[in-house]
Design a protein around this ligand. Structure first.
Ligand code: UDP
Length: 365
């Protein structure tokens, strides 16, 4: 069976490995000049820099964690984010520690009690849910968090307000009624020692896998089965129009001193035009006299100008995607997967879990 995988990002590489281990031979092509797609990283001044922005692996899925762990050693990094709010760097997601940093003690004590009475301890509440509470103090808190943390960040990130985009998006960063300053609470979190590119390289190092870079897909290519991790609209020549995406522009700066900020990521939900600044040496505790940071500027995706980063979840786009899915149903030997192929805001672990699912369903299509 001639298997062709289009796209050598985390999805393409994971699926290639799974197919190879099932005894199939597989060719992976990518139009980029490097493997690993948007998790590509490289070393500069002794620092592992993520070319397409900070990536942190986190999952509760042991199968996925163990699978990736076969191709790297994990550094047990636990991600923390701070946000510049009212001149202070407060924990994001907003939690009880953030609460006490931004409000006078008396008010914070009152609000904390209300939160505990209404929701309990160690509970995550999406901001759009918190806004529905009719208690005066909770209303005040919700409005504060909405305005100071979500509104401008989301306008910068998506060009829309938090209540105009799918609730699942702002729900990724819920208000957390806890003292836990971590960004994720998943059981497994880490960064591959040596970087993601090395991890993907090992994943692809199998006698049944051939990788061809600088190679775009052409309809003349021969295959028995095609696995497409590119955007599904592109496969169908944009027959119904383009599926919209958000993109990012990264401005990388090397500073001649050791540290720029205390944590790997600082969000700027109220000020400036960038959404966040990532400082890369934090991830693997790289030792260097210098430091490298990236300023992140979201922008609309435009074909030929920038890369696709985020599918935009809303009803209109879901409808358009469904039309492409219908076309896909007529192509029994073509499989769509990955963030772009499925038009879903997958985290890395979900992208890999999807490859396991594809393997399971292979015989059924
Ligand atoms: N968000 C926000 N302010 C923040 C952090 C997140 O408004 O300080 C919102 C914003 O809409 C963002 C979404 O929550 O796009 C999801 O954030 P996440 O950090 O998960 O985004 P990613 O790391 O995938 O870009």
């Amino acid at each position: 069976m001639k298997n062709l995988i289009v796209g050598c990002g985390i999805s393409g590489a994971a699926l290639a490995r799974l197919l190879a281990e099932s005894g199939e031979t597989v060719t992976v092509i990518d139009s980029k000049n490097h493997i690993a797609g948007n998790i590509y990283d490289y070393y500069q001044d002794g620092i592992c820099v993520h070319k397409y922005g900070t990536h942190i692996f986190h999952t509760n899925n042991k199968t996925v964690w163990d699978f990736v762990g076969r191709f790297c050693q994990w550094y047990p990094y636990q991600h923390q984010v701070r946000g510049l709010v009212d001149g202070q760097l407060i924990p994001i997601p907003f939690n009880l520690n953030s609460l006490y940093m931004v409000f006078p003690n008396e008010l914070a004590i009152r609000i904390e009690k209300k939160l505990l009475d209404n929701f309990g301890f160690n509970v995550k509440v999406p901001i759009l849910e918190l806004r529905k509470k009719d208690d005066k103090d909770l209303q005040f808190l919700a409005q504060y968090i909405y305005e100071k943390i979500f509104l401008e960040y989301t306008l910068k990130q998506w060009g829309q307000k938090p209540d105009e985009i799918d609730p699942s998006v702002s729900g990724r960063v819920p208000v957390y009624i806890a003292r836990d300053n971590r960004y994720f609470q998943d059981k497994y979190q880490g960064i591959p020692i040596g970087g993601y590119t090395q991890m993907v390289k090992k994943m692809l190092a199998h006698e049944n896998i051939t990788v061809k870079l600088n190679t775009g897909f052409k309809p003349s290519m021969k295959y028995d089965r095609l696995f497409w991790s590119g955007s599904i609209d592109e496969f169908f020549n944009y027959e119904y129009g383009e599926l919209p995406y958000r993109s990012e522009r990264f401005e990388f700066i090397t500073f001649p001193y050791k540290k720029f900020q205390d944590v790997a990521v600082v969000n700027y939900p109220c000020n400036y035009d960038w959404t966040r600044i990532g400082e890369y040496k934090h991830f693997l505790r790289d030792e260097s006299e210098k430091t490298i940071v990236s300023y992140e500027y979201p922008e609309p995706f435009e074909i030929g100008k920038n890369e696709r980063y985020y599918p935009i979840a809303n009803d209109k786009n879901a409808e358009l995607y469904q039309k492409y899915l219908k076309l896909a149903a007529n192509k029994p030997n073509v499989f769509f997967f990955g963030r772009l192929g499925d038009y879903k805001y997958y985290d890395m672990d979900k992208a890999i879990a999807r490859c396991f699912e594809i393997m399971k369903n292979l015989g059924e299509k």
